[in-house]
Design a protein around this ligand. Structure first.
Ligand code: TRP
Length: 469
């Protein structure tokens, strides 16, 4: 059922900035550079771009179409076509929960690093790496920042997000580009920085395995906010005269360009400062302060600005994640918005506490062979999102009417979508097979086998009990 106050986006630009705001987040600026570093550089980037162009763009178009067609958030959108399929939407809600089990932890780090930029972090450049390790393993400090971060999300989503997200997106997204480009100018001119660009743009395919493909596919879904009904929800607020394929192309291009810009900003600095590209999740938190450490007072401001942008990028994304869960509770469980936000975020806070502690005092405690942080991260990024996207492709290809899709993507025949047949056949036949192949190759190559089996079992249980969801 539709709720009475179903809003539309205020303007096309507002929607684009909000959708791009959801897509552009920690995935681009924090995760993409360290994944690229851990997966051998250029070869990973090429595979990633392939996943974005072939799979991501089609799935985003499909999510927008499904959302606007039904005018409902994820579960409702599936349900409006078939009860049997509501499990795919519910799986998305669960993914949203799990991503929010670690995302606010990193969001809190970004907030902390705004403050730390001013309080002497840059004064001792040699200690920046150790300081990061000490910070994230501390049992109290990161929790405080995480709670502040999550509370900001709660305030925005509890109020209803339209004016907040739209307004913030319109200012922050353009600013993000400006700052990133300014930082690129600084880092590519560092002595020794050229090595970093070489690492990025000279592909070495000898390091590529099934895992590389799985990492690239998972990252494409994560970065584009796909595979869990987020863009279905955002599409449901779109007016009928918007051109869906064009908007999908713009959002995809913006998201990918920010990821590439972030890599170009960070890799020269890595090589200039002799940080290992395989440094993992600490990468930007260690490298960026080092870049600005020698610049004196301006350096402090640049560093703070960078983490402010990381924070804003994260915020416009996590708000969309929280909104997917909240929209489900409002639409399907008839819960008042505020109550939905409070309950949801309280559970998320507990998950985040576990995730944060798993990096420090609880590092000995593992489930399915990994700590809580990795549990939430790997489960969503390596299984749920890609399978959620695959399910959506099958749903669109085999359970929706082709005429309906054509009608939706051409606004009732009033605009042309020349690539419709290409999109349709890719989505229906090629993408499910590509995802199945990558999932199979990746899962057989991955170390965390029991976690993968657990994830697949969860999906099976959801599918079996779909009528109850
Ligand atoms: N895309 C965001 C990022 O790159 C994260 C995110 C927001 C997301 N909404 C999502 C990921 C929905 C998957 C699904 O940081």
């Amino acid at each position: 059922m539709m709720t009475e106050k179903r809003e539309n986006w205020g303007s096309r630009f507002g929607f684009l900035m909000a959708a791009a705001g959801s897509a552009v987040g920690l995935g681009n600026i924090w995760r993409f550079p360290y994944l690229t570093g851990m997966n051998g550089g250029g070869a990973f980037i090429i595979i990633y771009l392939g996943c974005v162009a072939l799979v991501g763009l089609c799935i985003m178009t499909a999510e927008f179409a499904v959302g606007r067609r039904s005018g409902l958030a994820a579960v409702g959108a599936y349900k409006s076509v078939s009860d049997r399929w509501s499990f795919a939407g519910a799986l998305g809600v669960l993914s949203g929960f799990f991503i929010m089990g670690f995302y606010p932890v990193v969001g809190g780090w970004s907030l902390a690093y705004i403050a730390k930029s001013f309080t002497g972090l840059l004064a001792a450049p040699e200690a920046i790496g150790d300081a990061f390790g000490a910070f994230i393993t501390n049992p109290v400090e990161p929790l405080v920042w995480m709670v502040i971060y999550l509370a900001i999300n709660v305030v925005i989503v509890a109020k209803g997000i339209q004016s907040g997200i739209e307004a913030a997106g319109k200012v922050m997204m353009p600013l993000l580009y400006v700052i990133l480009i300014a930082i690129i100018f600084r880092t590519v001119s560092l002595p020794g920085g050229g090595e970093g660009l070489k690492f990025l743009f000279t592909p070495d395919f000898s390091k590529v395995t099934g895992q590389t493909f799985l990492a690239a596919l998972g990252q494409a879904f994560f970065s584009l906010s796909l595979g869990m009904g987020c863009m279905i929800t955002y599409g449901s607020y779109l007016s009928k005269d918007e051109k869906l394929p064009q908007n999908a192309l713009i959002v995809t291009t913006m998201d990918t360009s920010v990821a590439l810009l972030a890599a170009v900003a960070i890799f020269p600095a890595l090589f200039a400062f002799g940080v290992e590209p395989t440094a993992g999740p600490g990468l930007v938190f260690v490298v960026i302060p080092q870049v600005f450490a020698q610049m004196g007072g301006f350096g402090v401001i640049f560093s703070a600005l960078f983490f402010l942008l990381l924070f804003i990028a994260a915020l416009t994304s996590s708000v969309s994640l929280l909104e997917v869960v909240v929209a489900y509770l409002i639409d399907q469980q008839k819960m008042p918005r505020k109550k939905a936000v409070y309950i949801t975020s309280a559970i998320m806070a507990v998950m985040c506490i576990l995730a944060s502690l798993s990096l420090g005092v609880m590092s000995g405690f593992t489930i399915f062979g990994v700590g809580f942080f990795d549990f939430f991260d790997i489960l969503t990024d390596k299984i749920f999102l890609a399978i959620g996207g695959g399910l959506l492709a099958i749903f669109v290809g085999f359970f929706m009417k082709k005429e309906d899709l054509k009608d939706e993507l051409t606004n009732g025949g009033t605009i042309s979508f020349g690539a419709f047949e290409v999109w349709y056949n890719l989505t229906k036949y090629v993408i499910p097979l590509v995802i199945a192949w990558i999932a199979f190759a990746g899962i057989t190559a991955i170390q965390q086998k029991s976690l993968m089996i657990f994830g697949l079992a969860v999906i099976a249980v959801f599918a079996i009990f779909s009528k109850k969801l």
